[in-house]
Design a protein around this ligand. Structure first.
Ligand code: GSH
Length: 215
């Protein structure tokens, strides 16, 4: 039995969930109440000692860190989302890292300060928003260029790098991040969001944000 522990509003948890769904896996989606600090309770720390979501339990095999979970699931199921060919795989890894360490590292502080900090009554760091948006102006055009060369980020074939970026960008609208300057990226998102792997497991981010448990 595969269980993914997460929260509906956690980008990293959405990565793991969308990957499992894209692979067509039967899995249990187990909500962890972050507001109640369930992720720091003893039972959860036995699954993920760092006390964060997502975490995975695959018949007793535990894993944390969303990118590691996504790669593991693809590998275990011999998926073309993460091919065994060493060069293809390295290129996908390269884009996963770019998405995580450049786009994610700047996107997440904007989302936190525009969306979650006000929601939770925490102080807002305006400089983090300005800096994040400024860096994103450098980094989104790189992805836009990739998507003008082929259908997906790495090639004509969808890969786990696409799923990881798709999940990361979920709060775009709610955090009022304007992707209007990137038509290829916008079209790529719209196309993926119509796919059954997305629609079958996922509600609109804005809708989930309204749920009291999410706050
Ligand atoms: N690098 C980790 C990030 C995990 C993470 O920061 N999760 C957040 C939710 S988005 C969390 O569990 N926060 C609660 C906490 O740190 O106590 C991953 O990709 O899995």
């Amino acid at each position: 039995m595969l269980t993914i522990y997460g929260s509906d509003l956690s980008g990293p948890a959405i990565k793991a969930r969308l990957t499992a769904s894209c692979l067509g896996l039967n899995y249990k989606w187990q909500l962890v109440n972050l507001r109640e600090k369930e992720q720091k309770q003893e039972w959860f720390l036995k699954i993920n000692p760092v006390g964060k979501v997502p975490a995975m339990d695959d018949d007793g095999f535990h894993l944390f860190e969303s990118n590691a979970i996504c790669r593991y699931l693809c590998d275990k199921h011999n998926s073309s989302l993460y091919p065994k060919d060493v060069k293809k795989r390295a290129t996908i890894d390269q884009w996963i890292d770019y998405v995580s360490f450049h786009i994610g590292a700047n996107f997440v502080p904007v989302v936190y300060n525009r969306l979650f900090a006000p929601l939770r009554g925490m102080p807002v760091n305006e400089k983090a928003i300005t800096d994040g948006l400024e860096f994103l102006k450098q980094y989104f055009p790189i992805v836009e260029k990739q998507l003008s060369q082929h259908k997906y980020i790495v090639s004509q074939e969808i890969s786990v790098a696409d799923i990881i970026l798709l999940a990361l960008l979920e709060p775009t609208e709610m955090a009022k991040i304007d992707l209007g300057a990137y038509p290829k990226l916008t079209a790529w998102r719209a196309e993926l969001k119509k796919q059954p792997f997305y629609t079958s497991c996922y509600k609109e981010y804005g809708e989930m944000l309204k749920a009291p448990a999410s706050k």
